[in-house]
Design a protein around this ligand. Structure first.
Ligand SMILES: NC(=O)c1ccc[n+]([C@@H]2O[C@H](COP(=O)([O-])OP(=O)(O)OC[C@H]3O[C@@H](n4cnc5c(N)ncnc54)[C@H](O)[C@@H]3O)[C@@H](O)[C@H]2O)c1
Length: 208
């Protein structure tokens, strides 16, 4: 299944999500982006929050999340929305890949790294004490929304991490290096990198 990649501003994103306001909107979200979200999501009882996503990207949190959504009445026709960096989209996507044998999910990456890499490609996973990403699945999100407005609260370390990844893209494609060198807006660059990775993944989804 292909992911539909959309580049939009926060107001447009929330207008799009408003369509689901009156139904049961199930989400996993990084607590650090709570202030970015509209009130109806930020205070919804159907949101499972992560306070420290990389630490919580494990089987214990996975089980708590699955039980949380089942108690909230999630069904096979539900969609799971995931707001956060790569650790959150990895855990959220893994929950979606297995809950009730798999339900659709939508990724709303909120770090630069997740916008250009972590949320793209459908590789979802949790960490074990033996190492990172040792249990996982291939489960493409139906949609990925790239919204640079989330980046306003990112700290220096996370900016550097995302920019380092952008540099790698610059070496992979002349078109991308031209966009980077002409100093386009960071969200434009992020969207171009995300599109590039989406195309690579479409050619070889299972990394064969
Ligand atoms: N599935 C894949 O293909 C793939 C590819 C690359 C990386 N990853 C995974 O992604 C993770 C790394 O990604 P990451 O750096 O985004 O990790 P992360 O999710 O841990 O986010 C980094 C930090 O930024 C915070 N944060 C998130 N959004 C924010 C915002 N808008 N403002 C302020 N703070 C915010 C988080 O709480 C966290 O402290 C790793 O777990 C890695 O294994 C997966």
């Amino acid at each position: 299944m292909k992911s539909h990649l959309t580049y939009l501003k926060k107001l447009e994103l929330f207008k799009e999500l408003d369509n689901f306001k009156d139904g049961q909107f199930f989400a996993i979200a990084d607590y650090k982006v709570k202030n970015h979200l509209p009130q109806w999501i930020a205070f919804s009882p159907h949101v499972f929050w992560l306070k420290d996503p990389e630490e919580e990207k494990n089987l214990e949190t996975y089980e708590r999340a699955v039980e949380f959504f089942l108690k909230q009445g999630i069904s096979r026709s539900s969609t799971l929305y995931v707001f956060g960096g790569g650790a959150t989209t990895d855990l959220g996507g893994f929950v979606a890949s297995t809950l009730l044998r798999g339900i659709p999910w939508v990724a709303i990456p909120t770090t630069l790294l997740a916008m250009i890499d972590g949320s793209i490609g459908g590789k979802v996973a949790v960490n074990l004490s033996l190492g990172k990403n040792l249990i996982g699945a291939f489960h493409n999100p139906e949609k990925i929304f790239i919204c640079g407005d989330f980046l306003s609260s990112l700290n220096e370390k996370e900016w550097i991490s995302g920019k380092g990844e952008i540099l790698k893209y610059g070496f992979l494609s002349k078109e991308l290096s031209d966009i980077i060198l002409k100093k386009a807006n960071v969200d434009e660059i992020a969207f171009a990198c995300a599109k590039y990775k989406t195309e690579v993944v479409e050619r070889d989804f299972y990394e064969r």
